[in-house]
Design a protein around this ligand. Structure first.
Ligand code: GUN
Length: 308
């Protein structure tokens, strides 16, 4: 049996449709400011994708490109202005930023209720306290994908490979929260972990987010486990062509795992879709229309999973 495909592309499409319908129904005009500093080629592509997807659902998104030589204080001044602008509900500064800019200072400068990247220490603090507000988009995307395919998490052993600020750490906290959509037993492995292979072999769910091409193979996975691949790498292949691969060696994992997210078409499209749910949530909250649900519940509602 081959693993069932965790189709992030299809889920992202259905999330976008639900968001568009909600925006229309509520008569919202959510605003998203996307700031790119410099011309990092991957960032040009990512920010373009975020702008296009937001426009599709009816979010008024705006990309501002600042030159590579921008000073930290100039960027901070622009953020301060956007914090005060009532037409802007979400602010995202694409990473990486040039070396003269400290990304932590940028994260701290964005108003927490507009921090659709979930990187402000206040948002990370609320997450750790077990009362999440805005959460980073990739961890939310992984959660939405697992719920959409009804992969059980409560009481199950999840191994997260990677402890990055933007994926591994928030995701490991999120999945371990006391909540009907989480309640997992979480192990975090990182570059200094000894014997991570024996831990993944016992896991019900493996999240590969360590940033190493095709590092997780079929030998590392328990038969039937769910495997989510967060990595994306462009590597040279035969005939001078490049291939996109993840942190998972799909060919050897597919015959072993119960579920596997593909690269591309897995987590990637969801990162963008969940940026949109965060932005729409911020707009709803600022209009007093968010009700009692928080941004995580709103995201799961848009992924059509809370009603199951
Ligand atoms: N660069 C790569 N991923 C991300 C992300 O999720 N947010 C931001 N701001 N920059 C990134």
């Amino acid at each position: 049996m081959m693993a069932e495909r965790l189709d992030g592309k299809a889920l992202a499409k259905s999330i976008r449709a639900r968001l568009a319908e909600r925006i229309e129904r509520e008569g919202l005009r959510p605003g998203l400011l996307l700031i790119r500093v410099g011309e990092d080629p991957a960032s040009v592509v990512y920010v373009g994708g975020k702008e296009k997807a937001s426009k599709q659902v009816g979010i008024a998104s705006r990309v501002e490109v600042m030159p590579e030589s921008t000073s930290e204080s100039a960027l901070l001044a622009r953020i301060a202005e956007a914090n005060e602008d009532p037409s802007v509900h979400g602010i995202l500064v694409q990473l990486p930023v040039p070396k003269q800019i400290d990304p932590d200072r940028i994260a701290e400068a964005i108003a927490p209720h507009k921090d659709v990247d979930g990187l402000h220490p206040i948002n990370q603090g609320f997450l750790t306290l077990g009362a999440p507000r805005l959460v980073s988009c990739t961890p939310l995307g992984v959660l939405a994908l697992l719920h959409r395919y009804e992969v059980p998490l409560s009481g199950r052993h999840v191994v997260v490979l990677g402890r990055s600020q933007i994926v591994g750490r928030p995701l490991s906290v999120l999945l371990g929260l006391k909540a009907p959509w989480a309640d997992a037993t979480v192990t975090v492995c990182h570059s200094r972990s000894k014997g991570w292979e024996s831990l993944t072999r016992e896991a019900d769910v493996v999240i590969a987010a360590m940033g190493r091409p095709e590092a997780v193979t079929g030998q590392h996975i328990r038969p039937g486990a769910a495997v989510v691949d967060v990595g994306i790498h462009r590597i040279p292949r035969d005939h001078g062509k490049d291939a996109l691969v993840g942190d998972v060696h799909a060919e050897s994992v597919e015959p072993v795992a119960g579920f596997l997210s593909p690269v591309p078409g897995g987590v990637g499209p969801l990162t963008i879709a969940l940026l949109l749910t965060n932005t729409v949530y911020s707009a709803l909250a600022s209009a007093g229309k968010a009700g009692t649900s928080g941004p995580v519940e709103f995201a799961l509602e848009m992924a059509d999973v809370t009603s199951r």
